[in-house]
Write a protein that binds this ligand. Structure first.
Ligand SMILES: Cc1ncc(C[n+]2csc(CCOP(=O)(O)OP(=O)(O)O)c2C)c(N)n1
Length: 328
């Protein structure tokens, strides 16, 4: 598969969809939380983590996955969920705790689960790793050419579950693709203060698998790295570890005042935004026009607005709904 114009535009569309969705949901999240931030106020329960800046990690991988492959991630999930194509209405309703949500409103923003896409998220750092390993093992045992792709932060790469998973995947040559989204921060702790190696790809050798570093948050390079990894896994040649140097444009969670982040880094963030960069690149490559992209953006905005209306108008679960055990 070559990275053609349609795929590039689709990647931009998904990046834009995520960004607009998260910005719109930030407004919903902040309802009732201004002027003084109070986590317990408003209609959107719990912490809210946006992935603004990290969109290239997901949109470069997803064109290579099929619906019957497994895909999972952690607490910073919307860009992966949107690129995977899970129900936008179901995701938004889940975030507002409504019965029409992906988990009937009982999971919330960190627990997005869509069986039709084999998609799962978790609030437990690195917990997606053993789940992906299980999926990859089952594919191998059943002789299928499916793959399991899991997205984790560079902070998760210091967890035991990460290393145990890679060891087994390397030993058993499982079709597992691990994508580390290296945004340099685990909450308020910088990678330099927490990690023994400069790049996690060097750890791949310890687990007998290739390690690929993708620099500069470049969605085209993510696409290429993922293509090679997925092809290898489908052919039975085992796992790959990919690390993408990405950027967290916002705080760890919405409401984080980020006293720990150096001012000069904060000031430099806008120029590291991958969305205007990709937009300019598509125009430079003469793949499309500014008017066409604006029309696409307007359509995406309308669609996302409709998700939010749907979620707001949906009902909360009733106590007896907690007893429903079947998954539709
Ligand atoms: C096992 C576990 N330990 C601690 C936490 C609290 N926690 C939530 S997010 C996070 C930092 C994760 O950093 P990273 O993996 O780099 O992901 P990022 O937030 O940068 O996307 C921590 C420590 C948790 N949810 N689970």
């Amino acid at each position: 598969m070559t990275l053609n114009a349609d795929t590039k535009i689709r990647m931009y569309e998904q990046m834009f969809r995520n960004r607009y969705f998260e910005a719109s949901m930030t407004e919903v999240y902040m309802e009732g939380k201004r002027p003084k931030f109070d986590l317990a106020k408003g209609i959107f329960p719990g912490e809210y983590h946006v992935s603004a800046g990290q969109e290239p990690c997901a949109v470069g991988v997803m064109p290579h996955l099929r619906d019957d492959d497994w895909c999972g991630t952690g607490h910073r999930s919307h860009h992966v969920a949107i690129a995977r194509g899970i129900s936008g209405k179901g995701m938004t309703a889940e975030m507002l705790g409504k019965i029409t949500g992906l988990c009937r409103g009982y999971g919330g923003h960190m627990h997005l689960f869509d069986k039709s896409k084999n998609f799962s998220t978790t609030g437990i750092v690195a917990e997606g790793m053993p789940m992906a390993l299980g999926a990859a093992l089952s594919y191998k045992m059943r002789g299928r050419d499916n793959v399991a792709a899991v997205f984790v932060g560079e902070g998760a790469a210091n967890q035991g579950a990460f290393h145990e998973t890679l060891n087994m995947a390397g030993l058993w040559r499982l079709p597992l693709i691990t994508i580390i989204e290296d945004n340099s921060w685990g909450v308020s702790v910088s990678k330099k203060e927490s990690t023994a190696v400069a790049s996690n790809v060097t750890r791949a050798a310890g687990y007998n698998m290739p390690g690929v570093l993708v620099e500069n948050n470049d969605p085209y390079l993510v696409y290429e790295a993922a293509q090679e990894a997925v092809d290898r896994a489908r052919e039975g040649d085992g796992p790959t570890l990919i690390e993408v140097q990405t950027v967290r444009l916002e705080g760890h969670f919405t409401g984080d005042v980020e006293q720990y982040r150096p001012e000069e880094e904060k000031r430099g963030l806008p120029e590291n935004d991958p969305i205007p960069r990709l937009r300019a690149r598509l125009l430079d490559e003469n793949i499309t026009t500014g008017e066409k992209l604006t029309a696409l953006e307007d359509e995406v905005k309308k669609e996302v607005d409709s998700w939010i209306v749907f979620a707001r108008e949906s009902e909360y679960p009733r106590p007896e709904d907690a007893l429903i055990t079947s998954y539709e």
